[in-house]
Design a protein around this ligand. Structure first.
Ligand code: NAP
Length: 244
C-alpha cells in the first residue's frame, strides 16, 4: 500500500528486500549508504524485522538520519514530540494519522479527556504525547492498568493500540465518544475464502452503537498511516531542497 500510494503521487519508492539471514552490521551498512545518498529523501525500515538473527530494532531506527526519518521513529524525532516540538522533526505516522482523524471529525481535542490504551514506542506513547500537546487531558493505559472498563467509560476520545482482538467492549464506551482503533489482528474465520479476517482491538459492532465516530478495521487507521507517511516524505524532500 505504501509503494502504491507513493507511485500514485509521483514519489519514486524503492523496496529493498533483504534476505532473512541479514545481520545487524549488514543492515547498518545499508542504512549508512542510504543516509549518505543525496537522491534519497526518506528511509523507513519495515518493523517488525523478519530476520533469523537478533537485531536491535531501536538501534536500527536510531541509525536512520533524523532528517530522513519519515517514519518518525528516531529517538531525536520522538524526543521532539515528547517535549511539544511538533514542527521541526517528523511526526510518527500512525499517531499523527489518529490525530488527523479526530481533527477531521470536528471533535474538540482541547479540554477533552483522551484515553490511550497501549504505550508502545511506535503507537501508544507518541499518541499520548500528541494529544497532550493538543491540550487534551490524557490517561495512558497498559497491561497493568486496573479497571480498564471504568477508565474507558470516562473517555471523550479513545485511542486503542494493543493488538488484542475485540478486547474493548462496546458497552464500556461513553455515549458520543470518538473511538480510534489502531489494532490489526488476523483471526480464523471459516466463512472466508482465505480462512481468516482482520479485526481491531474494539468490538466494532457494539461500539458503533455508542460512539459518535469510530474507525473500522480494516480501512481506518491503516490507510491514514500511509497518507501520513507520504506527507512526511514530501516534507523531507522540501527540507532537503531548502538546504541545497
Ligand atoms: P505492542 O508494541 O505489542 O504494544 C502493545 C501495548 O498494549 C503495550 O503497551 C501493552 O502494555 C498494551 N496492552 C497489551 N495488552 C493489554 C491489555 N489487555 N490491556 C491494556 N493494555 C494492553 O503493539 P503496537 O506496536 O503498539 O501495536 C498495537 C496494535 O496496533 C497491533 O495490533 C498492531 O498491529 C497495530 N498497529 C497498526 C498500525 C497501522 O498502521 N494501522 C501501525 C502500528 C501498529 P505493556 O506496555 O504493559 O506491555
Amino acid at each position: 500500500m505504501k509503494l502504491k500510494a507513493a507511485k500514485n503521487i509521483g514519489i519514486i519508492a524503492k523496496h529493498i528486500v533483504l534476505p532473512s539471514s541479514t545481520n545487524e552490521i549488514e543492515l547498518l551498512g545499508i542504512l549508512s549508504h542510504l543516509n549518505l545518498d543525496p537522491h534519497v529523501h526518506g528511509v523507513i525500515v519495515q518493523m517488525p524485522l523478519d530476520c533469523v538473527n537478533s537485531i536491535n530494532s531501536n538501534l536500527i531506527t536510531d541509525s536512520v538520519f533524523p532528517n530522513k526519518d519519515v517514519d518518525g521513529l528516531n529517538s531525536r524525532n520522538q524526543g521532539k514530540v515528547a517535549v511539544g516540538d511538533l514542527a521541526t522533526g517528523f511526526l510518527p505516522c500512525t499517531p499523527s494519522g489518529c490525530l488527523e482523524l479526530v481533527k477531521r471529525s470536528g471533535t474538540k481535542i482541547e479540554g477533552s479527556h483522551t484515553v490511550v490504551i497501549g504505550r508502545s514506542r511506535i503507537v501508544g506513547t507518541p499518541v499520548s504525547e500528541l494529544f497532550k500537546w493538543h491540550n487534551a487531558t490524557v490517561t495512558t493505559c497498559h497491561s497493568k492498568t486496573k479497571n480498564l472498563d471504568e477508565v474507558v467509560a470516562n473517555a471523550d476520545i479513545l485511542v486503542v493500540a494493543i493488538g488484542q482482538p475485540n478486547l474493548i467492549k462496546g458497552e464500556w464506551i461513553k455515549k458520543g465518544a470518538v473511538v480510534i482503533d489502531c489494532g490489526i489482528t488476523s483471526i480464523p474465520d471459516a466463512t472466508r475464502k482465505s480462512g481468516s479476517r482482520l479485526v481491531g482491538d474494539v468490538d466494532f459492532e457494539q461500539a458503533r452503537k455508542r460512539a459518535s465516530w469510530i474507525t473500522p478495521v480494516p480501512g481506518g487507521v491503516g490507510p491514514m498511516t500511509v497518507v501520513m507517511l507520504m506527507k512526511n516524505i514530501v516534507l523531507a524532500a522540501v527540507k532537503a531542497a531548502r538546504t541545497l
